[in-house]
Design a protein around this ligand. Structure first.
Ligand code: CTP
Length: 419
C-alpha cells in the first residue's frame, strides 16, 4: 500500500482539468489509453470529439474511461455535466489534441473554427498541444509543413510523429508517438523552467565488466534514479546529457543527449570527454569497482573436475574522485549506496572524493533503491547539513535533489560558502 501511495504522489497533471481533443485518424484508438493514464495520474479529463473521430472510436468508450460526458456537437450544453454550462475552455488547464490530423492542423493554422474543437482552440488561452499522426506523404507535404510552422510561430505546442509501420500499410514518419512521450510533454508544459541555462551531466545504471564473451560482472542498479534525475532536470529547463550503462529503460523524450556505455572504463572516458561543458555533474551510476585483469576472447571452459576457479581482478578508475580533482566551479554530486554505517560512509565519500553533495541510500532496505520506483534518501552537504527525504517516488526525490543543487549553485555564484 505504501509503495502505491509513493508512486502516485507526484505528477504535475494531478487535479488538473485536461481537455483531450480527438480528430479522425486511426490512432484515435490509442487515445483511450492516454485518457486512462491521465485519470490515473489524477487529472479530470474532458473529451471533445470531431465528427470524423466518431468514425474510428465511440463517445461511450471515452465517457466510460473519463467519467465525464463527451462533447461532439457544436452547440452542446453540457447536460448533466458537473461543470454545468460554463465554457469548457474557461476551466481547462491544458488542451491536447491526440491524434491531430492534417485537417485540424490546417484549420487552426488558417483561422477556421467550424466545429466545437476548432472553436475551442481559437477561444482558449491555456496551452494547446498538438500530437500529429497521419500518413507519411501527408506529413511531408509542403502544405502541412507550412501549417505546422504557422502553429509553432503562434506559440502552440507540437510533437513530431514517430517513424515506423503505418496503418495504411506504408512505413515512415507519421505514427503517434509513444504515450509515455506524450504524457512527459504534458508534464513538461506544466513545469516551471527554473534550471534553464544549466548544463547537467548525469550518469546512470550499472556498468558491466566482461569476464569472457558470454559472462560479465555487474550489479543490481536498474538506472531508474539517474533516468529520473535526467528527466526532471530536463523538465525544469536544463540541458541534459545522460551517460548510461546497460538498462532496460526507455527514456521518454528525445531532446537530451544520451550516450550508451558498457564498462567503467568507457563511462570514465565519455564523462571526461563531456564534463567541461557541464555546470552540474550527478553520478548516480553504480560503477563496477573492478574489472578482469585479463581479457578472455574465448569462453572460459571448465577444466577437469576442478570445483573452484580464480578470477584475477584489477581496480577500475574512480570517476567521481577524478572529477573532484578537476571540477573547478562545477557542482559534483555523488550517490552512496550503503548497507551499513550509512551516514559515516557517505560523509567519508563526500570528503575523500571532494563532492558538493552526496545522496546516501540504504540499498539493503526492502522496497527502496535498486530496481524500485521509490527511494528514501538522505542528502548530505559539505557543511554536514543533512536533509532526510522520506519514502517517495524517484521523480519526486529527483526534484528534491535538484532543489538542493539549485541552492548550492546560487550560493556558489554569490560566493557564500555555507554549504
Ligand atoms: N563512483 C565512481 N567510480 C567508481 C566507483 C564509484 O565514480 N569506480 C561513484 C558513484 O557513481 C557514486 C559514488 O562514487 O556517485 C559512490 O559510489 P559507491 O559505489 O557507493 O562507493 P565506492 O566509492 O565504490 O566505495 P565502496 O564500493 O567501497 O562503498
Amino acid at each position: 500500500m505504501m509503495m502505491r501511495a509513493a508512486e502516485k504522489q507526484f505528477s504535475m497533471l494531478k487535479d488538473k482539468e485536461i481537455i483531450v481533443g480527438i480528430t479522425g485518424g486511426i490512432a484515435a484508438y490509442k487515445t483511450a489509453e492516454l485518457v486512462r493514464q491521465l485519470t490515473k495520474k489524477g487529472a479530470n479529463v474532458h473529451v471533445v470529439m470531431t465528427k470524423n473521430a466518431m468514425e474510428f472510436v465511440t463517445p461511450l468508450t471515452f465517457q466510460t474511461i473519463s467519467g465525464n460526458p463527451v462533447i461532439h456537437e457544436m452547440f452542446e450544453l453540457f447536460a448533466g455535466s458537473k461543470i454545468g454550462h460554463i465554457a469548457l475552455s474557461d476551466i481547462a488547464d491544458q488542451l491536447v489534441i491526440v491524434p491531430a490530423t492534417a485537417n485540424i492542423i490546417g484549420k487552426v493554422a488558417n483561422g477556421i473554427a467550424d466545429d466545437f474543437l476548432s472553436t475551442m482552440v481559437m477561444a482558449t488561452t491555456v496551452p494547446v498541444f498538438f500530437v500529429p499522426s497521419m500518413n507519411t506523404k501527408m506529413w511531408s507535404s509542403k502544405i502541412v509543413e507550412a501549417n505546422i510552422q504557422k502553429l509553432k510561430d503562434a506559440g502552440y505546442e507540437l510533437m513530431e510523429p514517430a517513424s515506423g509501420d503505418l496503418a495504411c500499410g506504408t512505413e515512415g514518419k507519421g505514427r503517434l508517438p509513444a504515450l509515455e512521450e506524450i504524457l512527459e510533454k504534458m508534464e513538461d508544459i506544466f513545469t516551471g523552467k527554473d534550471l534553464a541555462g544549466e548544463r547537467m551531466l548525469v550518469t546512470a545504471g550499472p556498468t558491466m565488466e566482461y569476464i569472457d564473451p558470454v559472462r560479465c560482472i555487474t550489479n543490481r542498479s536498474s538506472g531508474k534514479m539517474g533516468y529520473a534525475i535526467a528527466k526532471m532536470a530536463k523538465r525544469r529547463g536544463a540541458d541534459v546529457a545522460l551517460i548510461t550503462g546497460p538498462t532496460s529503460i526507455q527514456f521518454p523524450r528525445n531532446d537530451i543527449d544520451i550516450v550508451h556505455v558498457t564498462t567503467a572504463l568507457e563511462m570514465r572516458n565519455v564523462v571526461m570527454e563531456h564534463y567541461r561543458s557541464a555546470s552540474v555533474i550527478v553520478m548516480t551510476a553504480a560503477v563496477a569497482d573492478f574489472r578482469c585483469r585479463e581479457e578472455n576472447c574465448q569462453k572460459i571452459k571448465k577444466k577437469g573436475d576442478n570445483s573452484c576457479m580464480m578470477l584475477e581482478l584489477e581496480r577500475n578508475p574512480d570517476i567521481i574522485a577524478e572529477l573532484g580533482k578537476v571540477k573547478e566551479e562545477r557542482i559534483v554530486v555523488g550517490f552512496a549506496a550503503e548497507t551499513e554505517n550509512l551516514f559515516d560512509n557517505a560523509r567519508e565519500k563526500l570528503k575523500n572524493k571532494n563532492l558538493d553533495l552526496i545522496v546516501a541510500n540504504n540499498v539493503a532496505k526492502p522496497g527502496i533503491g535498486f530496481g524500485s520506483d521509490n527511494n528514501e534518501v538522505t542528502i548530505i552537504a559539505r557543511s554536514g547539513k543533512m536533509k532526510q527525504v522520506p519514502l517517495l517516488s524517484k521523480d519526486e526525490i529527483s526534484n528534491i535533489i535538484l532543489d538542493s543543487i539549485k541552492k548550492i549553485l546560487k550560493k556558489k555564484r554569490t560566493k557564500d560558502d555555507w554549504y
